[in-house]
Design a protein around this ligand. Structure first.
Ligand code: ZN
Length: 265
């Protein structure tokens, strides 16, 4: 350890106390994690050895609530095994920033409403176009969860409706032997997916895709909405003026969260 021992992080004791009194169930993590002063890094970071690295100049400017909140946030990264999950998910350096923002949103979504006072502008699921209250995507855990709910079988039918190559590949891990996958979500043109040939062949997986619909289906859908069986509020989740159409189209192409946007001239 360098001469900058943990005690030299300004405000650490008060920050820990604030954190442990507001989030007592995290107390052992808060006091168990070693906090090291790292002048000049301009951030607070955490490693898998439960060491927090904090720039003393930064922490000196924070209130006990702010430093305490940053500690809670980082202990949450450790408790949720975000580092191990990144390795397991094969996150490459290019994706790291996106991964970290997803992990941050997963934590802040739970803890900001519980009283976390993070300095700056903490990222929340809404900033990423995601719904609140979800866990960050973890394919392995999704497959495990599904298997556990289906006595180890997997889903009879998987409908992929995201339009992302990763989700197409994930669909093959969720379907049962002899099951069917419908690739409903169109991926960006030019993208390719890698499929486990052994799995498709020996498990006799049926893969199909649907693109369009017939006039009869449109009429049926309109009837369902018209009868009030389904509320359009469930899928029209934005409203924009006609002048913003181009921006809306660009946003849709980035597959960023919202389903349908009502264009109001
Ligand atoms: Zn974070």
């Amino acid at each position: 350890m360098s001469s900058h021992a943990g005690g030299e992080v300004p405000g650490l004791a008060a920050g820990r106390l604030w954190a442990a009194s507001h989030f007592p169930y995290l107390a052992s993590g808060l006091f168990g994690a070693q906090v090291l002063a790292k002048p000049g890094i301009a951030t607070v970071a955490v490693d898998e050895g439960w060491r927090l690295h904090a720039d003393p100049e930064l922490t000196a400017a924070w209130t006990p609530a702010q430093l305490g909140s940053v500690l809670v946030h980082h202990v949450s990264h450790l408790l949720r095994a975000h580092g191990e999950r990144a390795v397991a998910a094969g996150i490459i350096p290019d994706d790291a920033r996106t991964w970290i923002r997803g992990a941050d949103a997963e934590i802040n979504d739970d803890l900001v409403p519980a009283g976390l006072e993070l300095p700056g502008h903490p990222v929340l699921p809404g900033h990423l176009g995601a719904d609140e209250g979800l866990l960050m995507g973890n394919h392995a855990s999704l497959a495990t969860e599904l298997k556990s709910r289906t006595a180890g079988r997997g889903a009879d039918m998987v409908i992929e409706a995201i339009g992302h190559p990763e989700a197409w590949e994930l669909a093959t891990q969720l379907v049962r032997r002899g099951g069917t996958i419908n690739f409903f979500g169109g991926c960006p043109s030019g993208t390719k997916v890698g499929l486990d040939t052994g799995l498709l062949h020996y498990s006799e997986i049926t893969c199909k895709a649907s693109f369009h619909h017939t006039p009869a289906h449109i009429r049926k859908a309109l009837d369902i909405v018209g009868n009030g069986d389904i509320s359009a509020k469930d899928f029209v989740n934005r409203e924009e003026p006609l002048t913003n159409l181009l921006e809306v189209m660009r946003h849709l192409m980035s597959h960023n969260g919202h389903l349908k946007t009502a264009i109001v001239p």
